[in-house]
Design a protein around this ligand. Structure first.
Ligand code: R5P
Length: 295
């Protein structure tokens, strides 16, 4: 069956890149805002009887992008798409994957339920915060891991690193994958966040960084609090260079500037969330993941 890409307004450039790699037509979505802020969307092509690969990231403004994704997927089914594969390069609400405090809404589970109800049967995303939480009956999920590609890009831009470090619960897995990819030592950084105030603390343990070049890598930079603390800790222990990298650069409230001011040489991210720090594209990795789904 013939497949086609639909370029949701949040991921236009990336969707065109992937369409071109897969040699598929890319149907544009005419998009504007009404004066009151509501979205107007219009499909500029025919999807009847076709497998549709719908691209729409849910980076900020998350709720706008998410509603556009739901409106588009329902419309695609109504217009006769035989299947809707949602490609959501950055998956919002993924960090609320459980009830941390009693009564909290588990937003990720609700969001996935909404996707299923709007006709999505397959979800492709990049380095989701909790890949294990994407398994829900009625939805098949593919998580594309671009950790190695981010580390390789950092080496291409800044030269070799002695140590790759990564904070948080996934720190060990991510640092190891990145370190193996670029032939560097790796270290997990101990980080913790106060669930009520959101303030972060980071500790460097089990590795020597004095006089060494360190690449820090994480899946998400949001407020930058984690990376600011990581950079400060590494610099205070004598790291000669700290480069900060991530997959999804949300860079809320001038986060990148704060990271640079804390002593990092530079900040790089991918184009899952388009910004001036998007140094590498995840198009190739997404095309690879999609190829078997449409052949
Ligand atoms: C947390 O689990 C993630 O891996 C990131 O460390 C976190 O989302 C970064 O947030 P922020 O930039 O606000 O510190």
């Amino acid at each position: 069956m013939e497949a086609v890409v639909v370029s949701g307004p949040a991921s236009v450039t990336l969707s065109r890149r992937v369409a071109s790699l897969l040699r598929l037509e890319a149907i544009e979505v005419l998009h504007k805002f009404f004066p009151d802020g509501e979205s107007y969307l219009r499909l500029e092509g025919d999807v009847n009887g076709r497998i549709v690969i719908l691209f729409q990231g849910t980076h900020p403004p998350q709720d706008v992008h998410l509603l556009q994704l739901l409106l588009l997927s329902r419309t695609l089914r109504e217009r006769g798409a035989s299947e809707v594969i949602a490609v959501v390069p950055y998956l919002a609400y993924a960090r609320q994957d459980r009830e941390f405090l009693p009564g909290e809404v588990v937003s990720l589970r609700q969001l996935l339920g909404l996707l299923i109800e709007s006709g999505v049967r397959s979800l492709v995303t990049v380095n989701p915060h909790s890949p294990w939480a994407l398994n829900l009956r009625g939805l098949s999920s593919v998580s594309v891991d671009v950790t190695s590609a981010v580390a390789e890009e950092a080496v291409k831009s800044f030269g070799k690193f002695d140590v790759v470090a990564s904070p948080g619960k996934k720190g060990e897995t991510m640092a190891r994958a990145a370190g193996d990819a670029i032939g560097s030592e790796w270290a997990a950084l101990m980080s913790s966040r106060d669930p009520r105030t959101g303030s972060v603390s980071v500790k460097v343990e089990g590795t020597t960084v004095e006089g060494r070049r360190v690449l820090v890598i994480d899946d998400i930079i949001s407020t930058g609090g984690t990376m600011v603390e990581a950079t400060r800790a590494l610099k205070s222990l004598g790291a000669s260079v700290v480069v900060v990298s991530c997959v999804h650069g949300l860079f809320v409230n001038d986060a990148a500037r704060k990271i640079l001011e804390s002593g990092a040489l530079d900040v790089i991210s991918t184009d899952t969330v388009p910004s001036s720090y998007s140094r590498l594209s995840v198009a190739e990795e997404l095309a690879e993941a999609l190829r078997p789904m449409i052949s």
